[in-house]
Write a new protein. Sequence first.
Length: 462
Amino acid sequence: MYVGFSASTDGSQDLHTLYTWSFSTDGAGGPAPLLTSPSPAPAFTSSPSEMDAQQPSPSPSTHFGGVRRLSHCKSIFCLKFAAFLGISISSAIVLAFFILGIMACTYKLWKAMKNQETIPPYSDTLVTAPRKFTYKELSLATKGFSMSRVIGHGAFGSVYKGILPGNDVAVAVKRSVTSTKESRSEFLSELSIIGRLRHRNLVQLLGWCHDKDEILLVYDYMENGSLDKALFGNTGPVLPWIHRYKILAGVAAALAYLHEECEQQVLHRDVKASNIMLDAGFNARLGDFGLAKMTDHNKSPDATLAAGTMGYLAPEYIHSGKASEKTDVFSYGAVVLEVACGRRPLERDLPLKENVLVDWVWGLYRHGKLLEAADKRLNGDFEEEEMERLLRVGLLCSHPDPACRPSIRQVLQILTGEAMMPHVPLFKPTPSFAISSLPVSLQDIISEAGYSARSSSPSDSI
């Protein structure tokens, strides 16, 4: 009888040693194999006792009837360390993605809350605005805000001509990327104020849009652009006198509405030629309410940082930062002289005695030559009485002492012939406050504006 056995580690590196084995049989066996030739007795004829004696004795560390696995310690340690390292790296990656996810969600939530903080102040106040436009509508209207559609630029953005899809109505789209607190504040102010106002001499707000961190305001399109371009543009004929006088009367009517006829007084704070638009009939439309401020009637003005364009700013506003209806009147006076004389309020290229428009006109008035200040491009084609009236009104509104300036209602009555012209002093009065008491920076600003006979650029702004 032959006995055999086999085992396998199935490809692993482990080694096994068999120390004992046993088996049993019922004694039955097959026929003995036939031997073809005599052969020595096989080794297997030994008795069981002899066979037991030939087996090695088990070591003390073995267990009879079992199997012991021999392992290589270093291999096991390496495998365990590799497994630990893999799990650690995987966990770190998962944790990193988890943290990034939380950060992304937090950023989106913060951005949404920020937009909510921006939108409510004007969304509730714009119930009077005709509609809220979608960004897609305005993008289509302006051909993707193409540079070929740009018709103007402001402090915080550009103005585009647009054609509304569906009805082919021409509009002006004022676009601002709200990247700064200042630009957001200006647009919120414009939205909250202009959305409530209705007057034939104000630019009419048609709607608005807030999307993609941008605020867009939609206005009536003004076919003849701004007063500034009509006066100083290189194309087109010289603006005729009949239009000039009507334009100034229209601006006075708009300011009278803002100062006296609204539930709360509205201070524009940025009256200048580039903010006065002209429709198809050359009627004036006052616009750009980004610096405007609403206040209760007869309330003392609060001090703020002076903002606006040099040449149009009243001296007391630069001095104290307090805007009032009289500071708007001063700015209006600068526009009146600009329209009558065809010159900007400040021009550094002219001789020192002529670069400040109001000082130059006052000097001519003192010498009895007031009409010599009239725009030479008109070639005398104007009504002398109306020209002199405008020049005197411009000087009155430019009085350094705000208490001596007329109200805008008085100005409107003078222009329409309903009131007499007040006396205009021959010599320009000095400001009621001391220039030397101003801080250096403000003193320099006033000097640049011409109060200390220095020249400046008409585009300088605070």
